[in-house]
Design a protein around this ligand. Structure first.
Ligand code: HEM
Length: 535
């Protein structure tokens, strides 16, 4: 039987049985037919017209016509690599089991395979990697209990704290729906009316908004999660990754210099480092807090616009992350990779962080649309362990998740005819008690500016200078009302911050009235261009 059609797996499709005119590098179509002419379409005479029954031509072109799937609505541009996570097995001086029963952390030296995808957020699949933008840092841990996805960013906080605002935030940063050009005025129109974004904007417009590459940046889970131990007791946690390579960020000028020569520099840097055996590595840290609302703090521990300062909530190392293998195929592994905040394993849990809960709906929802209903069957997304479900059908199902001992006729539960059964519960569940009125209301301790001011003061001098310059250059193009609202917000964060932006904007305006600054077309340039077009 030459054409394998076994739905159990694709072993038969990869079969290397050959006909007498084939070798292992003979071109075939997807039906296994050897291609004897890949240069000429089939025509009436050698000048055409072309005949329509030419199956090989139709197959080649129509597959090409479908080579793209919708790109991610955010984080479209990315690069990925395989590697492993190695656990330290402890939490400071304590056994880590005191806080979490998640198996991947328990034993010193235990390795769990991972796939990591880094990304930029705003622009499309082939946009420059030098843009001022948060960077995505998404990790898929293929644990023995199934997959755990930690979908994080390089920066440790976010612009907003309520998921309902996410589409608005992204629309403001994406290109204008009419001109298709990104517009600083649209961005700051939204940001100036969103005071909780002041902290994130302070990081983003400083050099921290342009990491030099993917290897020399931090990672953070951003949102607050929970760890659960074997008694069902929980703590609040935040995750962070510190690059062993060190942190490196770029000034706007440095970024422009790189972008003029190479708009794929971060993807290339990651790929080449791994090919050379220079494996990037991060140490993983966890911060914990007792699981309650912490009235003693001036912020809410579930508010993702806030840092948990290290002096109060130390970063405790729990393991290391190493990337040591490049993907074999970008599309199959990086483009089709699907991460989501809902993908947790036993011992890890959500918190009531409103952003996290909104995100958890969004990821798998978009992936069913972007990749397809059976996206979890793709090798990059499938767990590396036993999978047995009663889910059947859907576009592109290529195998059936039947358990080895399962009666294949029984795709429902319960059954007494040898169907699938629930797993026995091994540990008590974490069962938080919640009570309250159901309503739409902002949190009590927004403190929108306190940490923004602190971050401003903690920057190095050159970083603060860059921050002011970058803000002024973008705010300079905005309406006066937007500028004034931003100055007011920065002043609330730190009076010096507001004053420096205000002064910068005054100078910007004066320079503009003396002729546009940053204009690159000198008369000489125009003359030269004409010269070239005549040549
Ligand atoms: C990607 C939604 C906030 C990090 C995505 C995608 C969606 C999304 C729809 C595309 C996923 C795909 O096509 O596979 C949201 C919503 C948010 C939110 C609704 C807020 C309510 C955040 C935050 C972070 C983050 C706070 C940082 C911790 C990422 C990353 C990716 C991503 C890293 C790319 C994952 C990959 O490499 O495939 N987000 N997001 N997002 N998001 Fe979010």
């Amino acid at each position: 039987d030459y054409h394998g059609t076994n739905v159990e797996g694709n072993e038969d499709l990869l079969d290397d049985k050959m006909t007498e005119n084939e070798s292992s590098t003979t071109l075939t179509n997807r039906q296994g037919h050897p291609i004897t002419d890949n240069q000429n379409v089939r025509t009436v005479g050698n000048r055409g017209p072309t005949t329509l029954e030419n199956y090989n031509f139709l197959e080649k072109i129509s597959h090409f016509d479908r080579e793209r799937v919708p790109e991610r609505v955010v984080h479209g541009r990315g690069a990925g690599a395989h590697g492993y996570f190695e656990a330290y097995g402890s939490f400071g001086d304590e056994p880590i089991s005191k806080y979490t029963r998640a198996k991947l952390f328990q034993e010193k030296g235990k390795k769990t395979p991972v796939f990591v995808r880094f990304s930029t957020v705003t622009h499309g699949t082939h946009s420059p990697e030098t843009l001022r933008d948060p960077r995505g840092f998404a990790i898929k841990f293929y644990t023995e209990d199934g997959n755990w996805d930690l979908v994080g960013n390089n920066l440790k906080i976010f612009f907003i704290r309520d998921a309902v605002k996410f589409p608005d935030l992204i629309h403001a940063f994406k290109p204008d729906p009419v001109t298709n050009v990104q517009d600083g005025e649209r961005i700051f129109d939204f940001i100036s009316q969103t005071p909780e974004a002041t902290h994130m904007i302070t990081f983003l417009f400083s050099p921290w908004g342009i990491p030099a590459n993917y290897r020399q940046m931090q990672g953070s889970g951003v949102n607050t999660y929970r760890w659960v131990n074997s008694e069902g007791k929980a703590v609040l946690v935040k995750y962070h990754f510190e690059p062993v390579q060190g942190i490196k960020n770029l000034t706007q000028e440095e970024a422009q210099e790189i972008q003029g020569k190479n708009f794929n520099h971060a993807t290339q840097d990651l790929y080449e480092a791994i090919e050379e055996g220079n494996y990037p590595e991060w140490e993983m840290y966890v911060q914990i807090m007792e699981d309650h609302d912490h009235p003693e703090l001036d912020f809410d521990p579930l508010d993702d616009t806030k840092l948990w300062y290290k002096d109060k909530f130390p970063w405790v190392p729990v393991g290391k992350l190493v990337l040591d293998r490049n993907p074999e195929d970008y599309f199959a592994e990086v483009e089709q990779a699907a991460f989501g905040t809902g993908v947790l394993v036993d011992g890890l849990d959500f918190s009531d962080d409103k952003m996290l809960q909104g995100r958890t709906f969004s990821y798998s929802d978009t992936q069913r649309y972007r990749v397809g209903a059976n996206y979890l069957q793709l090798p990059i997304n499938a767990p590396k362990k036993h999978v047995a479900t009663n889910q059947r059908g859907g576009q592109m199902e290529y195998r059936v998740d039947t358990g080895k001992g399962q009666n294949p006729h029984v795709n429902y539960e319960p059954s007494i005819m040898n169907g699938l059964n629930e797993a026995p519960k091994k540990y008590p569940e974490h069962t938080p008690y919640v009570e309250g009125e159901v309503k739409k209301e902002a949190i009590d301790r927004p403190n929108n500016f306190g940490q923004a001011g602190e971050t401003y003061r903690r920057l190095n001098d050159w970083e603060r200078d860059e921050l002011i310059k970058n803000l002024v250059n973008t705010l300079g193009t905005c309406k006066k009302e937007i500028q004034n609202q931003m100055i007011e917000n920065f002043t609330k964060a730190d009076p010096d911050y507001g004053q420096r932006v205000a002064e910068g904007l005054k100078n910007y305006e004066q320079n503009m009235s003396n002729g546009p600054i940053g204009s690159t077309t000198s008369d000489e340039g125009v003359e030269q261009a004409k010269e070239e077009s005549r040549a």
